[in-house]
Design a protein around this ligand. Structure first.
Ligand SMILES: *[C@@H]1O[C@H](CO)[C@@H](O)[C@H](O)[C@H]1NC(C)=O
Ligand SMILES: *[C@@H]1O[C@H](CO)[C@@H](O)[C@H](O)[C@H]1NC(C)=O
Ligand SMILES: *[C@@H]1O[C@H](CO)[C@@H](O)[C@H](O)[C@H]1NC(C)=O
Length: 425
């Protein structure tokens, strides 16, 4: 780390004050950084070190009714404001290589209450646009049974250095509605697929089945349904998908959020991970044993598959803090089957919803306080802290990320590069 040129910044004063402010026992312990990195290495004005040892013994720990699965936590010596003021939280020196010397976070747009910045962020490199969708089934959106959630997009080319230099540039980038045709009904997940975008729709009522749609990313945004059943049975509410880089098959999750958000009938199938080969037409189960299988992402080499289980939240049915809020990791075999399910990470606050990997195999999860980042062995190494729920986010190639936070839309710059950046399968 010491030898990486971009860390030869001398922001020693900032870091020293941060080390003191987190109240490291004994002051400037080299151990704060583990081995090999000195406090002479800079962290940038929007980053701060969080020393987890300061939180290990709180002496006065509130009960679950006060500190439950969705409660925000401010470590001793911090406040929510101070956590937001420097939103890149370094839990481990490995995070420095991810954020680089000068990461930035900018609010691009916000709404009063309609959660239009919800899910399915997918980057279209040819036009440098980020597509995403409104929350389907949220009461404040009026979507679900009454009307479908919509697809929207923003041009990333419009995000100038001047915008990036601001923390709040709300309203500076136009949010465009994408009129998919025929309309993708209650979209919730998306990924690049060939030169098209693949959207997963949760369905609507009893008679509009959840479906997988290909969408032309260019006007007129025409769509084609490629899958809407398993031998005549409707899926529950298709959520998210990732493409296996070895066989091109679509691996996807099917929890029951349409049902627990009152816009789909009771479940007609188990809550599983499925795989679908468009080439052969074969659709089959890939894994079961989930409560609410949600975000899904292949590792850069394709040798692992990460699947998030957000069972802790059952939407309108309430929360159960004893249910999963976890990311599981599978080994992916040559034939595309999965084995060796491993509990990779458990998160708080909130649930790990959308998950994505970078080119180095680090795993990023949209959680109850922003984007949390885990190294390939499942250790929390840092956060892009929003102090509010994010359901998903997406890299736009190298060094850029769009983060969806329901009523807020953020743009981050950092050093890491997303795996499969708009890759064409
Ligand atoms: C950002 O700026 C907008 C427009 O000036 C304002 O309405 C909003 O409250 C600000 N948001 C934050 C988080 O500061
Ligand atoms: C958000 O984007 C929309 C669409 O471009 C724009 O009309 C609205 O003013 C923006 N609102 C804020 C608060 O940024
Ligand atoms: C959109 O329409 C064009 C022209 O008819 C067609 O070639 C293309 O396959 C369509 N794409 C989708 C996703 O339906």
């Amino acid at each position: 780390m010491r030898d990486m040129p971009f860390f030869r910044f001398t922001l020693a004063r900032i870091v020293v004050s941060q080390l003191l402010s987190v109240g490291s026992p004994g002051g400037l312990l080299p151990g704060v950084w583990g081995t090999g990195l000195s406090y002479e290495d800079g962290v940038g004005p929007q980053a701060q070190v969080i020393d987890q040892r300061n939180s290990n013994a709180l002496y006065n720990v509130p009960p679950p009714s006060l500190a439950g699965g969705f409660s925000q936590f401010s470590p001793p010596g911090t406040t929510k404001e101070s956590l937001i003021a420097q939103p890149f939280h370094i839990y481990d020196e490995e995070f420095l290589a991810i954020i680089g010397p000068n990461p930035t976070l900018t609010l691009l747009n916000h709404t009063e209450s309609d959660p239009i910045f919800h899910e399915a962020p997918v980057w279209y490199p040819a036009k440098d646009e980020m597509f995403f969708v409104q929350n389907a089934g949220a009461r404040a959106a009026g979507t679900g049974l009454a009307k479908s959630a919509i697809i929207q997009k923003i041009p990333l080319s419009a995000i100038s250095p001047e915008i990036v230099s601001q923390r709040n540039a709300s309203g500076s980038v136009k949010v465009e509605v994408v009129d998919s045709n025929p309309q993708v009904i209650n979209p919730n997940g998306a990924t690049n697929y060939g030169d098209q975008l693949l959207f997963l729709g949760e369905g609507q009522g009893e008679n509009i089945a959840p479906a997988m749609y290909l969408m032309n990313p260019e006007p007129p945004y025409n769509t084609t349904v490629i899958l809407d059943n398993f031998f005549g049975r409707q899926f529950n509410s298709l959520n998210d998908a990732s493409i296996n880089p070895h066989n091109g098959e679509i691996y996807f999750t099917d929890p029951t959020y349409g049902y627990t958000q009152s816009f789909r009938p009771p479940p007609g199938l188990p809550k599983q991970v499925w795989r679908f080969s468009q080439a052969t037409g074969v659709v089959r189960v890939a894994a079961d044993g989930f409560n609410m299988p949600n975000g899904i992402a292949f590792s850069p080499s394709g040798s692992h598959l990460y699947v998030a289980d957000t069972g802790m939240t059952q939407a309108f049915f309430g929360d159960d803090f004893s249910f999963a809020s976890s990311i599981y990791r599978f080994d992916v075999l040559e034939d595309g089957t999965l084995e060796n399910r491993k509990t990779f990470a458990f998160v708080t606050p909130g649930v790990p919803d959308g998950i994505h990997v970078d080119t180095k195999g680090n795993v990023y999860a949209a959680c109850g306080d922003g984007v949390q980042v885990f190294n390939p062995s499942g250790k929390l190494i840092g956060k892009i802290y929003l102090g509010r729920i994010s359901a998903n986010f997406q890299f736009a190639g190298k060094g850029r990320m769009v983060i969806l936070a329901e009523t807020e839309l953020y743009y981050a710059t950092l050093a890491a590069e997303g795996a499969f950046p708009g890759k064409l399968y």
